[in-house]
Design a protein. Structure first.
Length: 418
């Protein structure tokens, strides 16, 4: 292990903060170099096409449509779609493979443009999306511990989630996940995810753009200008509440350095005792409960957000785009937005996948494996989960317990009794 690698123990899971046990990290003095450490100006072009955009030509878009029709002729279910049955020409395969390479070994950001699915049925739209995505990552991660894909239910968001603010939902915003509101989202990662994929079905009337920032660039900035903050972020003392049972939280670092790779796993809405929990668990009134964030941790989060903002790139996606992010290598945020409210007007609607490439996927350090295993290695853990694919958002919103205000919820256990 090189001197650049941060040393951490396996994350603590339990009811009490174990001070001093695998908590402290030493930060190597050398900055990270390479394509993952980028500034926005290096990726965006004034008046031209940004370097991270792959534009499909009309013949390639037609090829995807033909692949969809062939797939339907085979009678293949949504859970079986792969490059073997969603067949594309070698030239387009290579272009999509270059996207996967850029996500893992390049800037960690890509956008596929030109795949117009607006005239397709809901199921055909999802089939085409899954078919193209299968060339980027051959594994689909669960976004919920039960593996359900019934949109908008906190314990029923599996392989695919519709990211929208559905007009018919009666639940107030403070009782939803942040991605199901129209407010801004702070810089975060989808904890547990490798490659975040967002298909843009419809855009908002105003705003709602995604902003991204390089974790390596943030790391280098903090290393030079605020090393104490970086040290705090690297310590395995960050509590993430997962349920109301006796073992209610895990302790992890938010930042790991693994050779030339900086890996971040954080969502401000998941850290510490959840503020939206109706009432604290009785055990949370003594030292065995979920600890609040310390003043140093709160200051570190604020500094991290400010640093990400300084180095952020705003992605102006269009309907039909597929935005892909290396979820370890980039932080992302969302601008607040105003939606259409008129009769017959389309509202902002994104469809989320969590992908992983078994060939290119990064090694995940032990300290960050708990949510990742819940998403991708549930079979190895002996968990019997059947993936379910919802093709449209739910009409009734089920309110979460411990993950309101957050963007991801793979670890939430709302079957516990308080």
């Amino acid at each position: 292990m090189s001197q650049s690698t941060l040393q951490h123990q396996t994350p603590v899971v339990g009811t009490g903060l174990r001070n001093g046990e695998g908590a402290h990290a030493s930060v190597a003095a050398d900055p990270v170099k390479g394509p993952l450490a980028w500034e926005p100006a290096a990726l965006s072009q004034e008046g031209g096409q940004d370097s991270y955009v792959l534009s499909l030509d009309p013949s390639e878009a037609l090829e995807i449509g033909n692949a969809l029709q062939s797939l339907k002729g085979l009678g293949v279910g949504l859970d079986k779609i792969s490059p073997q049955n969603f067949q594309l020409a070698e030239s387009l395969r290579q272009r999509l493979d270059s996207v996967s390479a850029a996500l893992h070994d390049g800037p960690g950001l890509a956008l596929i443009r030109g795949m117009d699915t607006s005239q397709l049925s809901a199921e055909d739209n999802l089939s085409a999306y899954l078919g193209v995505a299968s060339y980027i990552g051959d594994q689909l991660g669960l976004q919920d511990k039960e593996g359900k894909v019934v949109s908008w239910s906190v314990h029923a968001n599996g392989v695919k989630v519709h990211v929208t603010d559905a007009k018919q939902w009666a639940s107030p915003y403070e009782k939803r996940h942040d991605l199901h509101t129209n407010g801004s989202l702070p810089f975060h990662t989808d904890m547990g995810c490798d490659i975040l994929s967002l298909q843009v079905r419809h855009c908002a009337k105003e705003g709602g753009y995604t902003r991204v920032a390089s974790s390596a660039t943030i790391y280098n900035d903090l290393l030079e200008n605020n090393p104490e903050v970086l040290k705090t972020l690297c310590e395995s003392q960050w509590p993430i509440q997962v349920s109301g049972r006796e073992q209610r939280y895990i302790l992890c670092p938010l930042v790991e350095r693994n050779g030339d790779k900086i890996m971040m796993s954080l969502d401000p809405g998941r850290l510490g005792l959840h503020p939206n929990t109706a009432r604290p668990h009785p055990a949370d009134r003594h030292p065995g409960g979920v600890p609040p964030l310390t003043e140093a941790q709160l200051a570190a989060l604020a500094a991290l957000s400010q640093t990400a903002e300084r180095h952020s790139l705003r992605v102006r996606a269009q309907p039909g785009d597929v935005l892909l992010l290396n979820n370890w290598a980039l932080l992302h945020a969302r601008d607040s937005y105003t939606d259409n409210n008129g009769a017959g007007e389309e509202r902002r609607h994104l469809v989320r996948l969590w992908l992983r490439s078994s060939a290119r996927g990064w090694d995940v350090p032990d300290s960050m494996r708990v949510p990742w295993q819940a998403a991708y290695e549930y079979d190895a853990a002996g968990v019997d989960v059947k993936k379910q694919y919802a093709v449209e958002p739910e009409k009734v919103y089920k309110e979460p317990k411990y993950t309101t205000g957050s963007a991801s919820f793979v670890l939430e256990d709302d079957t516990d009794e308080e």
